[in-house]
Every structure is written in C-alpha cells, then in structure tokens.
Write a protein that binds this ligand. Sequence first.
Ligand code: ZN
Length: 142
Amino acid sequence: MTVINKSLKINTDSHFQIIDISSEIKTAFNEINEGEDSIEKGILAVFTKHSTSAIVVNENEKGLLNDFEFILEDLVKDKNGYDHDVIDNNAASHLKSFLLGSSETIPIINGKIDLGTWQSIFFIELDGPRRNRTIDLVFIGE
Ligand code: ZN
C-alpha cells in the first residue's frame, strides 16, 4: 500500500470565494503516478486546515455557484447576536464551514480520480481574503 501526502497553498481575493481545485489535484496525482509509487485504486482525502473554509464536490456552473452563495447567505445571517462574534467577529464564516464540512473523500479507480463528468472539487473561502490557505491531500492505495 502507498500513502502519499501533498499540500496545496491558496491565496484568496474576497470574503466569499469558490475555487475549483480539481486541476491542481489532478496535477498532484499525475506527479505521483509518474513516479515509482503509482496508485491504481484507493482513495483521496482532501482536507482544509481552516475552520472558516470548506471542501465540497459539485458542478462548476456559474449560475449554480451564484445560487450556492445565495442559499448560504440565506441560511446563515451575517450578524445574528452570535457568541463567537464577541471574540473574533467571524461567527457566520465558522457556521457556514460547520454546515459544509472540511473534507471530501474521492475514489481512485483505474489510475484516475473518479469524479463524475459534472463534478469538481472546490475550496470554499468563507472569511477571506487570506493568504496561504492550506489544503492537505492524502492519496492512499495500491
Ligand atoms: Zn473565529
């Protein structure tokens, strides 16, 4: 069995931002498979190390991404007497992260990251702009 971890660093430009990281992840995976420890089948874990961000899988369609931002804003009011705002003033960002989650697990099948045709892997910035957001990638397989 092979276990390889890599990380991606991302700088974000705005308070809320959806960034498609599929191609960076595929590049990282291709680098592994060009080396000695290639992985034909297994899993990939994608994990953000920040509690005001999220990792999600969905379709990269502009209207849908607008809709996604709209429902998040609708679900989590920006200021709502949150306890955490007294400490840090970014409770809404954390609460969106709670709802979305900090990781995704994706199958590796036949030497490929087995996303569906319309699926992309997104990093969601919920409290930007920030520098050096870190995403861990762990490839496990054989
Ligand atoms: Zn905070």
